[in-house]
Design a protein around this ligand. Structure first.
Ligand code: 5GP
Length: 203
Protein backbone atom coordinates (compact mmCIF):
# COMPACT_ATOMS: atom_id res chain seq x y z
CA UNK A 1 0.00 0.00 0.00
CA UNK A 2 1.40 3.40 -0.97
CA UNK A 3 0.79 5.85 1.92
CA UNK A 4 -1.44 8.82 1.11
CA UNK A 5 -0.52 12.50 0.94
CA UNK A 6 -1.00 14.92 3.81
CA UNK A 7 -2.59 18.23 2.83
CA UNK A 8 -2.73 21.22 5.16
CA UNK A 9 -5.41 23.80 4.35
CA UNK A 10 -5.20 27.10 6.20
CA UNK A 11 -7.12 30.35 5.87
CA UNK A 12 -8.30 33.28 7.87
CA UNK A 13 -11.88 32.76 9.05
CA UNK A 14 -14.22 34.20 6.44
CA UNK A 15 -12.09 33.02 3.51
CA UNK A 16 -14.44 30.12 2.79
CA UNK A 17 -12.10 27.25 3.64
CA UNK A 18 -14.68 25.07 5.39
CA UNK A 19 -17.12 25.12 2.44
CA UNK A 20 -14.29 24.29 0.04
CA UNK A 21 -13.22 21.33 2.15
CA UNK A 22 -16.83 20.10 2.41
CA UNK A 23 -17.14 20.15 -1.38
CA UNK A 24 -13.84 18.30 -1.81
CA UNK A 25 -14.84 15.58 0.64
CA UNK A 26 -18.25 15.15 -0.98
CA UNK A 27 -16.77 14.42 -4.40
CA UNK A 28 -13.67 12.43 -3.47
CA UNK A 29 -13.91 9.36 -1.26
CA UNK A 30 -10.12 8.93 -1.17
CA UNK A 31 -9.87 12.15 0.84
CA UNK A 32 -10.30 12.05 4.59
CA UNK A 33 -10.58 15.02 6.92
CA UNK A 34 -8.76 14.75 10.23
CA UNK A 35 -11.23 15.65 12.98
CA UNK A 36 -9.48 17.88 15.51
CA UNK A 37 -9.95 18.10 19.25
CA UNK A 38 -10.94 21.46 20.68
CA UNK A 39 -11.85 23.02 24.01
CA UNK A 40 -14.15 25.54 22.33
CA UNK A 41 -17.87 25.06 22.87
CA UNK A 42 -19.89 23.59 19.98
CA UNK A 43 -21.73 26.13 17.80
CA UNK A 44 -25.39 25.48 16.96
CA UNK A 45 -25.58 22.54 14.57
CA UNK A 46 -22.08 21.25 15.27
CA UNK A 47 -21.81 17.60 16.26
CA UNK A 48 -19.30 15.97 18.54
CA UNK A 49 -17.12 13.53 16.59
CA UNK A 50 -18.19 15.05 13.26
CA UNK A 51 -17.11 18.69 13.31
CA UNK A 52 -14.70 18.33 16.22
CA UNK A 53 -14.07 16.16 19.21
CA UNK A 54 -15.25 18.63 21.84
CA UNK A 55 -13.32 18.13 25.08
CA UNK A 56 -12.75 20.08 28.27
CA UNK A 57 -9.46 21.68 29.23
CA UNK A 58 -8.51 18.83 31.59
CA UNK A 59 -8.98 16.19 28.90
CA UNK A 60 -7.06 18.26 26.36
CA UNK A 61 -4.15 18.73 28.78
CA UNK A 62 -4.16 15.02 29.59
CA UNK A 63 -3.94 14.15 25.89
CA UNK A 64 -1.18 16.74 25.47
CA UNK A 65 0.75 15.15 28.37
CA UNK A 66 0.34 11.72 26.81
CA UNK A 67 1.78 13.07 23.52
CA UNK A 68 -1.43 12.20 21.67
CA UNK A 69 -1.26 15.34 19.51
CA UNK A 70 1.03 15.75 16.57
CA UNK A 71 0.34 19.48 16.70
CA UNK A 72 -1.65 21.81 18.89
CA UNK A 73 -2.23 25.53 19.20
CA UNK A 74 -4.29 28.13 20.98
CA UNK A 75 -6.59 30.01 18.59
CA UNK A 76 -9.03 32.75 19.71
CA UNK A 77 -8.68 31.63 23.33
CA UNK A 78 -9.44 27.94 22.82
CA UNK A 79 -7.12 24.97 22.39
CA UNK A 80 -7.06 22.94 19.19
CA UNK A 81 -5.08 19.82 18.36
CA UNK A 82 -4.69 17.13 15.73
CA UNK A 83 -4.37 13.65 17.19
CA UNK A 84 -1.66 11.40 15.79
CA UNK A 85 -4.18 8.60 15.25
CA UNK A 86 -6.52 10.83 13.18
CA UNK A 87 -3.71 11.20 10.66
CA UNK A 88 -1.53 8.11 10.67
CA UNK A 89 -4.22 5.44 10.30
CA UNK A 90 -5.83 6.90 7.13
CA UNK A 91 -2.43 7.78 5.62
CA UNK A 92 -1.20 4.23 6.12
CA UNK A 93 -4.44 2.93 4.58
CA UNK A 94 -3.55 4.91 1.44
CA UNK A 95 -5.99 7.79 1.92
CA UNK A 96 -5.06 11.40 1.36
CA UNK A 97 -5.68 13.35 4.56
CA UNK A 98 -6.69 17.01 4.95
CA UNK A 99 -5.79 19.00 8.03
CA UNK A 100 -7.88 22.14 8.44
CA UNK A 101 -5.61 23.94 10.89
CA UNK A 102 -4.14 27.37 11.60
CA UNK A 103 -0.66 28.62 10.64
CA UNK A 104 0.87 27.61 13.99
CA UNK A 105 -0.28 24.02 13.54
CA UNK A 106 0.88 24.08 9.91
CA UNK A 107 4.39 25.06 11.04
CA UNK A 108 4.50 22.15 13.52
CA UNK A 109 3.22 19.63 10.95
CA UNK A 110 5.88 20.71 8.41
CA UNK A 111 8.59 19.79 10.92
CA UNK A 112 7.18 16.29 11.43
CA UNK A 113 5.96 15.60 7.90
CA UNK A 114 8.33 17.38 5.51
CA UNK A 115 6.36 16.01 2.56
CA UNK A 116 3.10 17.59 3.74
CA UNK A 117 1.61 19.90 1.12
CA UNK A 118 0.31 23.20 2.45
CA UNK A 119 -2.32 25.38 0.83
CA UNK A 120 -3.39 28.86 1.96
CA UNK A 121 -6.82 30.17 0.96
CA UNK A 122 -7.04 33.98 0.72
CA UNK A 123 -10.15 36.15 0.37
CA UNK A 124 -10.17 38.45 -2.69
CA UNK A 125 -10.12 41.65 -0.58
CA UNK A 126 -10.35 42.84 3.00
CA UNK A 127 -13.82 44.28 2.22
CA UNK A 128 -15.07 40.85 1.09
CA UNK A 129 -13.61 39.28 4.21
CA UNK A 130 -15.42 41.86 6.39
CA UNK A 131 -18.68 41.27 4.53
CA UNK A 132 -18.36 37.50 4.96
CA UNK A 133 -17.62 37.88 8.67
CA UNK A 134 -20.54 40.29 9.00
CA UNK A 135 -23.05 38.06 7.26
CA UNK A 136 -22.46 35.25 9.76
CA UNK A 137 -24.66 36.67 12.50
CA UNK A 138 -25.41 39.66 14.65
CA UNK A 139 -21.90 40.19 15.97
CA UNK A 140 -20.94 43.63 17.23
CA UNK A 141 -18.67 45.90 15.23
CA UNK A 142 -16.02 45.38 17.89
CA UNK A 143 -16.15 41.60 17.45
CA UNK A 144 -15.94 41.95 13.67
CA UNK A 145 -12.96 44.30 13.97
CA UNK A 146 -11.21 41.80 16.24
CA UNK A 147 -11.82 39.00 13.74
CA UNK A 148 -10.49 41.12 10.89
CA UNK A 149 -7.34 41.88 12.89
CA UNK A 150 -6.93 38.15 13.66
CA UNK A 151 -7.44 37.36 9.96
CA UNK A 152 -4.72 39.83 8.96
CA UNK A 153 -2.36 38.24 11.49
CA UNK A 154 -3.08 34.78 10.03
CA UNK A 155 -2.62 36.02 6.46
CA UNK A 156 0.83 37.40 7.30
CA UNK A 157 2.00 33.77 7.22
CA UNK A 158 0.92 33.16 3.63
CA UNK A 159 4.50 32.99 2.34
CA UNK A 160 5.17 29.87 4.45
CA UNK A 161 2.74 27.85 2.30
CA UNK A 162 3.44 25.80 -0.84
CA UNK A 163 0.29 26.91 -2.68
CA UNK A 164 -1.97 29.95 -2.50
CA UNK A 165 -5.46 30.21 -3.93
CA UNK A 166 -7.77 33.24 -3.94
CA UNK A 167 -11.35 32.38 -3.10
CA UNK A 168 -13.13 35.01 -5.17
CA UNK A 169 -15.22 32.50 -7.09
CA UNK A 170 -15.92 29.34 -5.13
CA UNK A 171 -15.75 27.04 -8.18
CA UNK A 172 -12.40 28.44 -9.27
CA UNK A 173 -10.85 28.00 -5.82
CA UNK A 174 -12.30 24.48 -5.69
CA UNK A 175 -10.72 23.68 -9.07
CA UNK A 176 -7.41 25.05 -7.81
CA UNK A 177 -7.35 22.78 -4.78
CA UNK A 178 -8.56 19.82 -6.82
CA UNK A 179 -5.68 20.41 -9.24
CA UNK A 180 -3.13 20.53 -6.41
CA UNK A 181 -4.42 17.26 -4.95
CA UNK A 182 -4.52 15.58 -8.35
CA UNK A 183 -1.00 16.65 -9.27
CA UNK A 184 0.37 15.27 -6.01
CA UNK A 185 -1.33 11.94 -6.63
CA UNK A 186 0.65 11.67 -9.88
CA UNK A 187 4.08 12.20 -8.34
CA UNK A 188 6.46 9.77 -10.03
CA UNK A 189 7.85 7.97 -6.97
CA UNK A 190 4.36 6.99 -5.76
CA UNK A 191 3.14 6.08 -9.25
CA UNK A 192 6.17 3.78 -9.75
CA UNK A 193 5.13 1.89 -6.62
CA UNK A 194 1.42 1.86 -7.48
CA UNK A 195 1.94 0.68 -11.02
CA UNK A 196 5.04 -1.46 -10.50
CA UNK A 197 3.68 -4.46 -12.36
CA UNK A 198 2.35 -2.36 -15.26
CA UNK A 199 5.68 -0.57 -15.56
CA UNK A 200 7.50 -3.87 -15.43
CA UNK A 201 5.29 -5.24 -18.20
CA UNK A 202 5.76 -2.12 -20.30
CA UNK A 203 9.51 -1.87 -19.98
P1 5GP B 1 -13.19 27.30 14.42
O1 5GP B 1 -13.27 27.30 15.91
O2 5GP B 1 -13.76 28.54 13.81
O3 5GP B 1 -13.72 26.03 13.81
O4 5GP B 1 -11.62 27.31 14.06
C1 5GP B 1 -10.80 28.36 14.49
C2 5GP B 1 -9.41 28.18 13.93
O5 5GP B 1 -8.79 27.02 14.49
C3 5GP B 1 -9.35 27.98 12.41
O6 5GP B 1 -8.29 28.77 11.90
C4 5GP B 1 -9.03 26.51 12.25
O7 5GP B 1 -8.33 26.23 11.07
C5 5GP B 1 -8.16 26.29 13.46
N1 5GP B 1 -8.10 24.86 13.83
C6 5GP B 1 -9.09 23.95 13.82
N2 5GP B 1 -8.65 22.76 14.22
C7 5GP B 1 -7.33 22.91 14.49
C8 5GP B 1 -6.30 22.02 14.93
O8 5GP B 1 -6.48 20.84 15.16
N3 5GP B 1 -5.07 22.57 15.10
C9 5GP B 1 -4.78 23.88 14.85
N4 5GP B 1 -3.53 24.29 15.02
N5 5GP B 1 -5.73 24.74 14.43
C10 5GP B 1 -6.98 24.26 14.25
Amino acid sequence: MVPGNLFIITAASGAGKTSLIKALLAEDTHLKLSISHTTRKPRPGEQNGVDYHFVDDAMFLQMLGEAKFLESAEVHGARYGTSQSAVDAPLQAGHDVILEIDWQGAAQVRQLYPNAISIFVLPPSIETLEQRLNSRGQDSQETISKRVAAARAEMRHVSEFDYVTINNYFDVALQDIRAIIRAHRLVGAAQLQRYASLIQALT
